[in-house]
Design a protein around this ligand. Structure first.
Ligand code: NAD
Ligand code: ZN
Ligand code: ZN
Length: 340
C-alpha cells in the first residue's frame, strides 16, 4: 500500500506492506488523517535523534473504519467508524488506570500512533483495539482533528483551569498561535465562559480567531501593551502558548497575571525562564502533552453536538507533501486533513 513515511531521508511517499491484524489489534481503513505541526518537527530531526526505528508511517490524527479484527480484539467490529486514541502507556500504572496514558509512569508497550508506531497516513493502519474509540455521527475530518488538535487543546485548558482552582467563567485566557490547536482552544475557552484574547502573526489566522468567538484579536508590535490596556492592568489568568518561540514566550511572561498559569503547548525550540523575578509571583507553569481518554470522549461529544467545530481544509492524500510544505510556511488555516 501507499504510505507517507518518515525515513532516514525525511518525509515522503513509499510503498509499504499492508499491516497484519495481530492478536488484540484491528486494521482500520483510513478515511481522514489530520496533519500536525509536530510532524514537521519530527521530520526536521536528524535520523539518529529519534527514539524509534525508521521508516515509520506518519499521521497521529486518525479517523477510519474497522475492516479486520485480530484474535482477542474485544468488542471492536468490522464496519465500525472509529478514531485512534494516540498515546500508548503500559496500561497498568496509576496514570494509565486513570485513562491518562499520555503521562504513563510505566514502560509503554509501543510508541504513540504516528509518532513511532505506524500512523494514519496510509490506506490501512494496525491499531491496538483498546486504542480505538467509536466515532459514529461525525464527519471523518472532524473526528480525526478531535483526536489531537481538539484533545490537546481541551486537555491544556482543563489543566490550566484546575490549577487556577476557580470556575473559568470570566477568567482572561490569552491564546498565542491560532492554528490547528489554537483555533479549537479559542472555541473551547469561550464555551467555558472565559474572556479570550487571541494572538497570531497572520492576518487570516486572526480572522479565524474572530470566527471562533475570540473577544479580542491581536498580533504584531505592542501586543503586550494592548493586553495590559484591554484588561485594565489585570492581565491574563491563563496563557496558552501554541508556538514556544522566544517572542511568544516573552509575550506570555509579559501578560501573565500574578497567580496565573502559563501553559506551553507548542514544541518550539525556545525556553521560558522560571524563577523568582523571572515570572510574576505565584505563577504556575505547565507542559501539557496530548490528552486523556475521558477527554477524548468529551471533545468528540462536543463535536457531535456542534458546540465545537474544527475549521478544516480537506486535501487528497496525494497532496500530503504540498500540505506539509504549506503548513511549514504558515499557509494553512485551521487544520489540513488528507482524505483517502
Ligand atoms: P499550526 O502551524 O497549525 O499553528 C501555529 C499557529 O501559530 C499559526 O497560526 C501561526 O501563524 C502562529 N504562529 C507561529 N509563529 C508565531 C509567532 N511567532 N507569533 C504569533 N503567532 C505565531 O500548528 P499546530 O499543529 O496547531 O501546533 C501548534 C504547536 O503545538 C506546535 O508546536 C506543535 O508541535 C505543538 N503540539 C503540541 C502538542 C502537545 O501535546 N503538547 C500536541 C500537538 C501539537
Ligand atoms: Zn500533533
Ligand atoms: Zn502506564
Amino acid at each position: 500500500m501507499r504510505a507517507f513515511v518518515l525515513g532516514r531521508e525525511g518525509g515522503g511517499f513509499r510503498d509499504v506492506p499492508d499491516p497484519q491484524a495481530a492478536p488484540g489489534h484491528a486494521i482500520v481503513q483510513t478515511s481522514a488523517a489530520g496533519l500536525c505541526h509536530s510532524d514537521l518537527t519530527l521530520v526536521s530531526r536528524a535520523p539518529g535523534q529519534h527514539p524509534f526505528s525508521l521508516p515509520v508511517v506518519l499521521g497521529h490524527e486518525l479517523a477510519g473504519v474497522v475492516v479486520e479484527v485480530g484474535a482477542g480484539a474485544g468488542e471492536v467490529q468490522v464496519g465500525d467508524p472509529v478514531v485512534g486514541y494516540g498515546p500508548r502507556g503500559c496500561g497498568r500504572c496509576s496514570r494509565c488506570s486513570a485513562g491518562a496514558e499520555n503521562y504513563c509512569h510505566g514502560r509503554a508497550t509501543s510508541f504513540p500512533l504516528g509518532l513511532g508506531s505506524d500512523g494514519a497516513l496510509a490506506e490501512f493502519v494496525a491499531v491496538p483495539a483498546s486504542h480505538l474509540v467509536p466515532a459514529a455521527g461525525l464527519p471523518p475530518a472532524q473526528a480525526a482533528v478531535m483526536t489531537d488538535a481538539g484533545l490537546t487543546a481541551l486537555h491544556a485548558l482543563n489543566r490550566a483551569f484546575a490549577m487556577i482552582g476557580r470556575p473559568p467563567l470570566g477568567l482572561v485566557v490569552v491564546v498565542i498561535g491560532v492554528g490547528g490547536l489554537g483555533h479549537l482552544a479559542v472555541r473551547l475557552a469561550k464555551l467555558r465562559g472565559a474572556t479570550v484574547i487571541a494572538v497570531d502573526r497572520e492576518e487570516d489566522a486572526r480572522t479565524l480567531a474572530r470566527r471562533q468567538g475570540a473577544d479580542q484579536v491581536l498580533g504584531g508590535e505592542g501586543t503586550a501593551e494592548e493586553i495590559r490596556d484591554l484588561t485594565h492592568g489585570r492581565l491574563a489568568d491563563v496563557v496558552l502558548d501554541f508556538v514556544a518561540h522566544h517572542s511568544t514566550l516573552e509575550l506570555a511572561r509579559a501578560v501573565l497575571a500574578r497567580d496565573g498559569v502559563v501553559s506551553i503547548v507548542g514544541v518550539g525550540a525556545d525556553r521560558l525562564a522560571v524563577g523568582m523575578h523571572a515570572l510574576p509571583l505565584g505563577a504556575r507553569t505547565d507542559l501539557p502533552f496530548w490528552g486523556t481518554r475521558p477527554e477524548l470522549h468529551q471533545v468528540l461529544e462536543l463535536a457531535r453536538s456542534g458546540e465545537v467545530e474544527a475549521v478544516v481544509e480537506e486535501l487528497p492524500f496525494e497532496q500530503t507533501p504540498e500540505a506539509y510544505r504549506r503548513l511549514a510556511e504558515g499557509d494553512i488555516r485551521g487544520r489540513a486533513v488528507v482524505r483517502m
